[in-house]
Design a protein around this ligand. Sequence first.
Ligand code: FES
Ligand SMILES: [Fe+2]
Length: 400
Amino acid sequence: MRRPSPLPPAARAELAAVLDPAAGRTLPGILYTDPDVFAWELAALWGGTWVCVGRLDDLLAGVTQRAVRAGEALVVLTTPGPADLDAVRAFHGVCRHRGHELLTEGSATDRPRIVCPYHSWTFGLDGTLVRIARASAVDEATLDRTDWGLLAVPVEVWRGWVFVGLDDPPPFGDHIGELDDIVAPYDPATLPVAHRIVYDVAANWKVVAANYHECYHCPTVHPELSRVADPDADESVPAGRGDWIGGPMPLADGAETLSETGAALGPRLPGVDDEAARRVWLGQLLPNLFVAAHPDHLVTHRTVPLAPDRTLVECDWLAPAGTDVSGSVALWDRVNRQDWEIVASVQRGVADPGYRPGPLLEAEASVRRYEQAVARAHLTGRLSADREAADRPAGTPLRA
Ligand code: FES
Ligand SMILES: [Fe+2]
């Protein structure tokens, strides 16, 4: 049983107004500012679901091991060889001896073994402890190496993204649900990262997410975006099965994609039909992968919470090899930077003594759905976009 959310009774009462469809209030400020809430969310909510740690071909191409952060944990991903990306495994990234980090976060190597930098205990890529450096005969007699292998962590690869589930995550298929049907035509596993920008954003991870879920602010904040997209026609569709929230946004008349001029970067992706060619599908797979599927490329945002008021955002452009993505980078980078100013101001605002939860409008239906998922998570200990999934006991598959 997970530790309950550390919210005081007054904040719990405010969650009722988030969950009440008639009230439709935003979340209480403590969810964005309190270090204990932040730590609990990472441990319970991020720990209890599937956290996206990046792109498989980016993390493990040409190496056998890489350390990544998944919520509050350091995780080492391994593959038996660069040609064997299908056989990915994951382990807690701290040594079983005295806890040194096996690799520093983000680093990678092509060594055939994992060697701890402290006393050189050596582990296989399958996590087994294969050597205790300079162990005496007494040590060898008293220590059973099979007791001290690395602690395995569930890992899944979906359409080129790697996911880690630290603490009793839901069945992976339930987590993805119908999102797979939406993303499949774009076949992202075949699209390399053409460009990446990493932003250090001065806002809570939930402020960043909520901002992604509405284009109500687009005419005010992103005039350039409003020339190539039609934010007023931004459709909020009922969520399907799975831990995702999102919907299509139509392109403006004459625009072929979201780029500076609206011109396509290249041919449509092979699976994109005439209907999908007129829109961009935008959505979040909880807790931290945001996918904007354009007719000819994808733009993704992956969040890494660093502090209650600080989030790293890794923005990737995925496109067929050789595509010039500069037109999309120019637009999205400008839009991103406009958003980071907005969310930093909201972060200061929700930390201000004058903040009170406000009303969400119809145009913010996806924000409401997201904030309701967060509110439910604080009451149930599990973050899910799916009300039924959130309420069922951990590990129970959904009905087919
Ligand atoms: S802490 Fe890793 S070998 Fe000692
Ligand atoms: Fe925005």
